[in-house]
Design a protein around this ligand. Structure first.
Ligand code: KIV
Ligand code: NA
Length: 261
């Protein structure tokens, strides 16, 4: 069959149809997410907290992502897959290319994701020029939490908002195929999305982005700590497949996230 590519997400952006992303880290959950109709699975380095029990994503390695990506690949058929490039796996162009190659080959993924800013423009360009689709993750970038000082909204201050707008433009210009905005004020996320030539995924970034992503553990109510912007769909749904389907339906119908979150 035809490879499933991010062209599907571009078409959804063009038609103003919301798309749905969720993390998964194993074959069982990948199978259920695919059955629930998600558009893409993210093998996120949030597995550091969700699976490994760490406080942050900093300890997660390329080998960890590969292990989970293989499991997710075995559990799913045709759903799009995005793999996180973990902490310090992309500090130079050559190292980013080598690690992205390992991830793409190990996990049969369609796209890698990099926590990126102005400093990563050359890395995004190198990945893109070599035919590796890449998502640039902006705003709250959890790998840099120790530098950022806290898990907090990024973009409320005028200087931060200006920087995010210019970085989003620079990174798409360099070849980023997707943007992901985490904990960005909704009005700013809307402005970035309206200006973006590529689909924009949001988490804690309001409803006016092209797609949403959540961590599966939050959706099914098994997280130790649920962020303010996430939602546990389990109480209303009663089953794992029900909760993930409710999340998919709520994003597609524009009911999640709610306006003021
Ligand atoms: O690792 C992850 O789950 C992520 C999402 C929160 C966007 O990067
Ligand atoms: Na991540």
């Amino acid at each position: 069959s035809q490879p499933n590519t991010i062209e599907r997400l571009r078409r959804k952006k063009a038609k103003q149809e919301k798309f749905v992303v969720i993390t998964a880290y194993d074959a069982s959950m990948a199978r259920i997410c695919e059955a629930a109709g998600v558009d893409m699975i993210l093998v996120g380095d949030s597995l550091g907290q969700a699976v490994q029990g760490h406080e942050t994503t900093v300890p997660v390695t390329v080998d960890d992502i590969i292990y989970h990506a293989k499991a997710v690949t075995r559990g799913s058929q045709s759903v799009l897959k995005m793999l996180d490039m973990p902490f310090m796996s992309f500090y130079s162009v050559s190292q980013a290319l080598a690690n992205a190659t390992r991830l793409m080959q190990a996990g049969f993924a369609e796209i890698v994701k990099v926590e990126a800013g102005a400093y990563q423009v050359d890395i995004i360009r190198a990945l893109s020029d070599n035919g590796i689709p890449v998502c640039a993750h902006l705003g709250l970038t959890p790998q840099t939490v120790h530098k950022l000082g806290a898990y907090r909204t990024v973009g409320n201050r005028t200087d931060e908002a200006k920087r995010l707008l210019s970085e989003a433009a620079a990174l798409t210009e360099a070849g980023a195929d997707l943007l992901l905005l985490e904990c960005v004020p909704a009005a700013l996320a809307k402005q970035i999305t309206d200006n973006s030539p590529v689909p924009v995924i949001g988490i804690g970034a309001g409803v006016d982005v092209d797609g949403q992503v959540l961590v599966i553990n939050d959706v099914i109510g098994v997280s130790a700590h649920v962020p303010r912007f996430a939602k546990n769909f389990m109480p209303e749904a009663g089953s794992i497949i029900g909760a993930i389907t409710a999340y998919v339906d709520a994003v597609k119908s524009g009911q999640f996230p709610e306006k003021d979150t």
